[in-house]
Design a protein around this ligand. Sequence first.
Ligand SMILES: N[C@@H](CCC(=O)N[C@@H](CSC=O)C(=O)NCC(=O)O)C(=O)O
Length: 296
Amino acid sequence: MSNLNLISEYKSFGGKLGFYSHHSSTCNAEMRFAVYQPPQATQKPVPILYFLSGLTCTEENFMAKAGGVQRLAAEYGLILVAPDTSPRNTGIAGEDDNWDFGIGAGFYVDATEEPWCKNYQMYSYVVQELPALITANFPTQPEKQGIFGHSMGGHGALVCALRNPELYKSVSAFAPITTPMRCPWGQKAFSGYLGKNQESWRDYDASELVKKVGYHSSILIDQGTADKFLAEQQLMPEVFEQACADVNQPLKLRYQEGYDHSYYFIASFIEDHIRHHALALLMTAVFIYLNPTFLF
Ligand SMILES: N[C@@H](CCC(=O)N[C@@H](CSC=O)C(=O)NCC(=O)O)C(=O)O
């Protein structure tokens, strides 16, 4: 494995889950991520599904708490990749002072402001450096990528997909921050990472982006009605819903009665999200299954 340190590895549902670190030239720091390889990956290259986690998370939360997502990845034959949510231990003064800014809160943007710009390049890391590393080191079909995420990571997934529809065949989110420009978390993060000029914020705001660029297929979002961050106006799914409606962007926004913001909520609906991505990423296989004469 070039340039990768394997930290730990576990057999899981016939495949393997590995935790890795490497030097990121994009973030000028050591970065960590987790990869689940389904059993099919020992036989042939498989599609890749990226999951971006939320505030305070590491590369481990999703793999440990998403309700046995490895079983589903093994069933559908998908490689799962979960990066950490920011660089760590960069030496930037105060990087660990806040739970919603700095470490654990990279917000999937390329920072332009000092002192963050040297290391906090999470957008380029997720869209460029990490996929190149994954493709070089794991048996993947790089032209078949999907992306999803939770909360801050839901915002990240929507932004990555909307800005790069050719790279991501599918996108979905759990309780995403849909308009960081308009919510307290996003305003704090964008002021610090991108500066005061709000024009530059639009490129990282899904509700602004969707009106400009659209996306080639339907977007799936699940949102719990008992989510305290929904009540605190951090997520604002209604703004994204209106933006999608304005440009006829297909969106399946499902309000899930009584669910909160936790990984218990994610675990409850993870299967639907995996299926949403599998449909797009394994489309050729499904097509052949439904139309076997295609082969002859
Ligand atoms: N410390 C915070 C709560 C932090 C929190 O709830 N983080 C969420 C993501 S929130 C949006 O990005 C999370 O996924 N936490 C990890 C977990 O394993 O649950 C507070 O005091 O409210």
